[in-house]
Ligand binder design. Structure first.
Ligand code: KIV
Length: 293
């Protein structure tokens, strides 16, 4: 059997992301976004996003919870399967939800394997630094690439007492550095730095051999990630200052639906041309095109 290590089809792989870390002047930044369903994943993938994360932020932005804690492993796998169907080129990463990797390592490994078997994800993400050393090493040893996540880790909201910028004092900056180093030493292929001062994120980025992916961590990271609903303007609450809004999809949806309500109430929808007619000369029933992708 001939083995083609790099088929050159543009598919983003873990080794390809590690190469992007190369200190070359023209090394391209890694573009990451979250997605939770098929159409969004497909649009992101076709637009050239490098990494699609099925984030547990789905709990807040799509399921209406006020934290990421309630979303279950089965729900995450359900979303990951939909995103898988829309993703061809990007690397697909899934967040392990709260509670799915917090007891023993064997159970955590079984849960990570479910993502690979049932949703064909290519990597999983876990929150936490030094505390996750053993887990990250075990998953990596089992051939499941791991993305780390340090700084503001939303699954720790109760322990942290809220969502706050991390690493602002000397002590917490040193802890964050230790966390990032631990994630790398354990074998993670990349690490998300969330809500940390730009200067600290730059220092971590310089020190690590794996790529750093920033969210609220300034422009010096090797890549950036945002929650897609924040970027699209499809949220209801206050968004953090780092979440640049590129569109106002909430306003678009609202206006389209209001127009539809008006048209149905006034009888302007549907029109005659949007209706089927009886008595046509066709011998068979007219085929109905349903909205499929
Ligand atoms: O769940 C999520 O969306 C995340 C990213 C914001 C990094 O963890």
């Amino acid at each position: 059997m001939s083995v083609v290590p790099n088929p050159g089809n543009g598919k983003i792989t873990v080794p390809e992301l590690l190469r992007r870390k190369a200190p070359a002047e023209n090394s391209q930044k890694i573009v990451c976004l979250t997605a939770y369903d098929y159409p969004t994943a497909r649009l992101l993938d076709e637009a050239g996003v490098d990494v699609i994360l099925v984030g547990d932020s789905v709990a807040m932005v799509a399921l209406g919870y006020d934290s990421t804690l309630p979303v279950t492993l089965d729900e995450m796998i359900h979303h990951a399967r939909a995103v898988r169907r829309g993703t061809k080129r990007a690397l697909l990463v899934a967040d392990m939800p709260f509670g799915s990797y917090h007891s023993d390592t064997a159970e955590s490994l079984r849960n990570a394997v479910r993502f690979v078997k049932e949703a064909s994800v290519e990597a999983v993400k876990v929150e936490g630094g030094e505390r996750r050393l053993e887990l990250i090493a075990r998953l990596t040893e089992a051939e499941i690439p791991v993305m780390g996540h340090v700084g503001l880790t939303p699954q720790s909201v109760n322990a942290l007492g809220g969502y706050r910028v991390q690493g602002k004092t000397t002590d917490s900056a040193e802890q964050l550095l230790r966390d990032a180093r631990a994630v790398e030493a354990a074998g993670a292929f990349a690490v998300v730095l969330e809500a940390v001062p730009r200067e600290l994120a730059a220092q971590i980025t310089r020190e690590l051999r794996i790529p750093t992916i920033g969210i609220g961590a300034g422009p010096d990271c090797d890549g950036q990630i945002l929650v897609v609903h924040d970027l699209l303007g499809l949220t209801f609450d206050h968004t953090p200052k780092f979440a640049r809004q590129y569109a106002n999809v909430a306003a678009l949806i609202s206006s389209a639906v209001r127009s539809y309500c008006e048209d149905v109430r006034s009888g302007a929808f549907p029109s005659d041309s949007e209706s089927y007619h009886s008595g046509s000369t066709a011998k068979k029933d007219e085929p109905v095109k349903i909205s499929i992708c």
